[in-house]
Ligand binder design. Structure first.
Ligand code: CP
Ligand code: NVA
Length: 327
């Protein structure tokens, strides 16, 4: 893997994902775990939106690898007073080994990545949520023992999580069936990427058709962060048809698992009986954010080390002719 920003999940290939999952499994088991793996490395995170799992799992991940994380609320930094995203990226690149960002507009994280000298990780934008999907793939693999050939049914809004999941499913050989209302389909870019990478993606309106015989049923909030103004209209479109309840789960395989990235709006996209029921793996799924992100951080940060080392070599040779040069 070259120096990589992780903005959508399209930046990874099947091999990268397999490696991340393997490393995550080893880290979860505690094998080859040395605190100094990312000793003194710094991960700076910017949050434009609230977060429970992403923030805490990244902070714990850095701590467990011997480095540390700094979480910044976007309102607390000069970004909120009009300092540009580019100038923020240039500044943070001088302190941090990688930058994470949770943003409203995906273009913000793209701008950050263009201007930063260190890898940038999207910690959720309006369009993609790549880190979520790495934890999800780890969970499915743990429970089912494999990924390739499984059928994953997405029920509800074709949102950021769905978009990254389409990419992740294609790269791991899973079949993806998406049931969503007209006008709430996932991004064409994600679907096209999947199809160009031998992925199988089917989009339909009827939840029953998607769930029939599925191995995994996945849903998410009908009202993502930033869409609060559409709440009433969305609930009218999605309910009751797209709620994952016992009747819907009964159509899947008897050993099907229920997944949700969380936070859940119980009683809307999912009933208590399903999220608290025998099929649900949502807590294991939440935990796996930690293990998958440890593996991701390890890959991204050790990789940027190599890049920096070669960068420094270039700098040293140039500094013979020039007096001083910045990174
Ligand atoms: N799933 C997820 O990203 O959760 P948070 O919003 O709590 O980070
Ligand atoms: N789709 C949800 C995911 C939250 C983790 C949102 O964007 O709010």
């Amino acid at each position: 893997m070259g120096m990589k920003h992780i903005l959508t999940l399209m930046e990874l290939d099947s091999k990268d994902i397999a490696m991340i999952l393997k490393l995550a499994e080893m880290m979860k088991e505690g094998k080859r775990m040395r605190m100094e793996r990312l000793k003194d490395k710094v991960f700076v995170m910017i949050f434009q939106k609230p977060s429970t799992r992403t923030r805490v799992s990244f902070e714990v991940a850095m701590r467990e690898l011997g480095g540390y994380a700094i979480a910044l609320n976007a309102n607390d930094i000069q970004l909120s007073r009009g300092e540009s995203i580019e100038d923020t990226a240039r500044t943070l690149s001088r302190y941090a080994d990688a930058i994470g960002a949770r943003v409203y507009a995906h273009s913000d994280v793209e701008r950050l990545a263009r201007a930063a000298d260190v890898p940038v990780i999207n910690m959720l934008s309006d369009l993609y949520h790549p880190c979520q999907i790495l934890g999800d793939l780890l969970t499915i693999k743990e429970v089912k023992g494999k990924l390739a050939g499984l059928t994953l049914a997405w029920v509800g809004d074709g949102n950021n999580v769905c978009n990254s999941l389409i990419i992740g499913a294609a790269l791991t050989g899973m079949i993806m069936k998406i049931a969503c209302p007209k006008g709430y389909e996932p991004l064409e870019d994600a679907v096209n990427f999947a199809r160009e990478h031998n992925g199988y993606v089917e989009i339909m309106e009827e939840p029953k058709d998607a769930v029939m015989g599925a191995d995994v049923i996945y849903t998410d909030s009908f009202v993502s962060m930033g869409k609060e103004a559409e709440r009433e209209e969305r609930l009218k479109v999605f309910l009751p048809r797209y709620q994952v309840n016992d009747d819907l789960i009964a159509l899947a395989r008897s050993d099907a698992i229920f997944m949700h990235c969380l936070p859940a709006k119980r009683g809307e996209e999912v009933t208590d009986s399903v999220i608290d029921g025998a099929h649900s793996v949502v807590w294991q799924q939440a935990e796996n954010r930690l293990h998958a992100q440890k593996a991701l951080l390890y890959m991204v940060l050790t990789d940027s080390d190599a890049r920096r080392r070669s960068g420094r070599r270039v700098m040293r040779s140039r500094s013979r002719t020039r007096s001083r040069r910045s990174r």
